[in-house]
Design a protein around this ligand. Structure first.
Ligand code: C2E
Ligand code: MG
Ligand code: MG
Ligand code: MG
Length: 291
C-alpha cells in the first residue's frame, strides 16, 4: 500500500504505484493465460535507411484483453517485470518472432528482426545459450536477429550483463541500445556494452525540427555513435521535416509513423513486398518540393 499526500494534505491512493493491487494481480493472471492461449501478438515496425532500403523490423508486442481492450505494452511489461513473468513473455516473443522470420525467409524476404529484451532476461542464467538454441531450431541465421536492450541492463550486475551480451554477440546476434539518452551516464555504458546500433529516444526526436537544443543533442549523439562505429537509428519520426533534419545530421536510419506504424504480420509481408524492390519512398510532397 502506497499513499501520497497531495497539496491539500489529503491522502491520495495511487494504484499505479502499488505493484500488488487487485487490478495488477488480475492483469498478471490474464496475461499469463493470454500467453498460454497464444492471444498475445507481435506487430512489426520497419527501420528504413535514408536511401529507402529496409534495414530491419522491430517486433512490438500487442495484447488485446477480452474485456479491457488494448493494453499498452509499457503497462503489462512493467507488470511482467515485477512479477517474474518476463522470461516467459520474452520466450514467447522470441519464439513468435523467429517463426515469423523463418516464414519470411521461405518467401524470399530476408529481413532482420529486432526483439526487445528486458534487464531480467539478460540477467537470467543461460539466456545467451537459449537464444542460440532457438535460432538453430528455426534455421534462422544469428545475423537475422537483433536484440534491443536499454542501459538498465547494467544497473544490477554489470559484469554478468556484459558477459551475457558478449556471449550473444559471440553467437552472431546483433545488439542495439534502445531509448538512448534516457538512462544514466550514457557515455560509460556505451563503452561497456557490445552494441552495434544506437537508437535515439523519441523524446529527443519529436521536437528536433523546432527545438535547437534537441537538435544539438541529436547531432552530438550521432557524431559520438559514429566515432564509436555504431549505426544510429532515430525513433518516432512523424513528419518530413524531422526526416530531412535527421538525414542532414548524418543519422543512418529512422523508424516512425512517417514510414509505418507497427503492423500485423500479413500487412508487414505486403509492405515488404511492395517496398522491397525499390525501397521506401519519401512522401511526394517534400520530394517534389526539394527538386
Ligand atoms: P520501444 O522499444 O522504444 O518501442 C518504440 C515505441 O514507440 C513503440 O511503442 C512504438 O509503437 C512507438 N512508436 C513508433 N513510432 C512512433 C512514432 O512515430 N510516434 C510515436 N508517438 N510512437 C511511435 P509500443 O509498441 O507501445 O511499445 C512501448 C515499449 O514497450 C517499447 O518501447 C518497449 O520498451 C516495450 N516493448 C514492446 N514490445 C516489447 C517486447 O516484446 N518485449 C519487451 N521486453 N518490451 C517490449
Ligand atoms: Mg525497442
Ligand atoms: Mg526505443
Ligand atoms: Mg522508446
Amino acid at each position: 500500500y502506497q499513499a501520497k499526500r497531495d497539496r491539500t494534505g489529503v491522502e491520495v491512493y495511487e494504484s499505479k504505484r502499488d505493484s500488488n493491487t487487485p487490478d495488477r494481480l488480475g492483469l498478471l493472471g490474464d496475461l499469463r493465460r493470454a500467453l498460454d492461449a497464444g492471444e498475445v501478438e507481435l506487430h512489426y515496425q520497419p527501420k528504413v535507411r535514408f536511401d529507402g532500403q529496409v534495414a530491419g523490423l522491430e517486433a512490438l508486442v500487442r495484447w488485446v484483453h477480452p474485456e479491457r481492450g488494448k493494453v499498452p505494452p509499457d503497462e503489462f511489461i512493467a507488470i511482467a517485470e515485477s512479477s517474474g513473468l518476463m522470461p516467459h513473455l520474452t520466450e514467447y516473443v522470441l519464439e513468435t518472432a523467429l517463426a515469423q522470420v523463418a516464414v519470411w525467409q521461405a518467401k524470399g524476404l530476408n529481413v532482420p528482426v529486432a526483439v526487445n529484451v528486458s534487464p531480467r532476461d539478460v540477467h537470467s542464467p543461460g539466456f545467451a545459450g537459449a537464444v542460440a538454441a532457438r535460432l538453430a531450431r528455426h534455421g534462422v541465421p544469428a545475423g537475422a536477429l537483433q536484440l534491443e536492450i536499454t542501459e538498465h541492463v547494467l544497473l544490477e550486475d554489470p559484469q554478468r550483463a556484459a558477459d551475457t551480451l558478449a556471449a550473444l554477440t559471440g553467437h552472431g546476434v546483433k545488439m542495439s541500445l534502445d531509448d538512448f539518452g534516457t538512462g544514466y551516464s550514457s557515455l560509460v555504458h556505451l563503452r561497456r556494452l557490445p552494441v552495434s546500433e544506437l537508437k535515439i529516444d523519441r523524446s529527443f526526436v519529436a521536437r528536433l525540427a523546432v527545438d535547437t537544443e534537441d537538435a544539438e543533442i541529436v547531432r552530438c549523439t550521432v557524431d559520438l555513435a559514429h566515432s564509436l562505429g555504431l549505426l544510429v537509428v532515430a525513433e518516432g519520426v512523424e513528419d518530413d521535416e524531422t526526416w530531412e533534419r535527421l538525414r542532414d545530421l548524418g543519422c543512418d536510419a529512422v523508424q516512425g509513423w512517417l514510414v509505418a506504424a507497427a503492423m500485423p504480420p500479413d500487412e508487414t509481408t505486403a509492405w515488404l513486398r511492395a517496398r522491397g524492390a525499390r525501397g521506401w519512398q519519401r512522401p511526394n510532397r517534400l520530394a517534389a518540393g526539394a527538386a
